[in-house]
Design a protein around this ligand. Structure first.
Ligand code: SF4
Length: 322
């Protein structure tokens, strides 16, 4: 498969099977998420997976939970804590995860002792007191094995900013994988960093500089080592959220490239659109579209290369939400 095909193929996203509408929950129900099965499935290939079914629990099944035992978080049957499923789940994960290295992202079910990513409840004493600070056993194994693959929970995808951040990471990671599969070429490494400049600046200009230092001076000899360190830090930085004020800074930075060609009225219009975006009266796509229009009329090759202006396919409409 050549580089072109990889990027034109749809992203492959793992998803907790109950979110895809499969009746795999302990009570035979599902947690069908329409954003995932309608909007997303048009633009991505989904790979539904239910770890609890996969370890043979079947439906209906007794509910399970996380519970502290001897200072360890264990996966147990809620009404029979002596029935410990941790090892079974870890063994399944160890085997299954080797088949999932090609995923571009994973959307997990929140709160699940197997699939939850954030704040999963764990029973900490005999009275049933819970802490909300654990991660589901399968999700934890996935993230440990594939720390670079972006993961998110379905509930958090209802938040426009978190959703945009997840898909920015997912598509950046795809671009990285295409780069890794191509020729081992220092120039392509430098280009990757350079074309993500504005996306990094949107997280804070110091991150662009920090990552730039990791790229600077790369030679063919240390390329693989440099790339491994770079992508680890890059994906960490990409998790950071971009507040509207910082987006406005980046938009103004882009406008700077057009200062000699825009009329006073054009500049004024852009500034008022940025302000309306900052005040949450307009979505981010509005100033971006206006800037892209000016860039079409007055092409600026450096800015035109920046993924910031189109970090994911337009049809996902992720920047259209206030
Ligand atoms: S949360 Fe995970 S383990 Fe639970 S039913 Fe959904 S897919 Fe299966």
């Amino acid at each position: 498969m050549n580089k072109q095909n990889e990027l034109t193929e749809l992203p492959l996203v793992g998803v907790s099977a109950c979110l895809a509408g499969q009746p795999v929950r302990f009570d035979g129900g599902h947690k069908h998420d329409r954003f995932i099965t309608s909007s997303l499935s048009e633009h991505m290939k989904l790979l539904p997976l239910c770890p609890e079914m996969a370890i043979g629990l079947g439906v209906p099944r007794p509910s399970i939970q996380l519970r502290m035992k001897d200072d360890e978080v264990r996966l147990v049957v809620s009404k029979d804590p002596d029935t410990d499923l941790t090892e079974k789940m870890n063994n399944y994960a160890a085997e299954k995860l080797s088949e999932l290295s090609h995923l571009d992202g994973f959307i997990f079910k929140k709160g699940s002792p197997s699939c939850g990513v954030f704040r999963v409840p764990v029973v900490v004493n005999e009275e049933g007191f819970r802490n909300y600070d654990a991660t589901g056993v399968f999700a934890k194994a996935f993230m440990e094995r594939y720390p670079l693959i972006p993961v998110e929970e379905e509930g958090r995808l209802n938040d426009a900013a978190l959703r945009e951040n997840f898909f920015e990471r997912l598509f950046a990671y795809r671009r990285w994988k295409a780069l890794e599969k191509g020729a081992n070429n220092v120039q392509r490494f430098i280009e990757f960093h350079s074309r993500h400049k504005l996306m990094l600046m949107a997280r804070g200009s110091s991150y662009y500089q920090e990552l730039g230092r990791m790229v600077a001076g790369t030679t063919a000899t240390d390329l693989l080592q440099r790339r491994a360190a770079y992508i680890k830090r890059f994906m960490e930085v990409m998790k950071l959220m971009t507040p509207p004020g910082r987006h406005v800074n980046v938009l103004q930075h882009i406008q700077g490239y057009l200062k000699k060609v825009l009329s006073r009225e054009d500049k004024q219009e852009l500034l008022s659109v940025y302000e309306a975006y900052r005040q949450k009266q307009l979505p981010l796509i509005t100033p971006i579209t206006l800037l892209r229009h000016h860039l079409r009329v007055n092409p600026q090759s450096y800015i035109g290369q920046q993924y910031y202006l189109q970090p994911f396919p337009e049809k996902l409409a992720l920047r259209s939400v206030l």
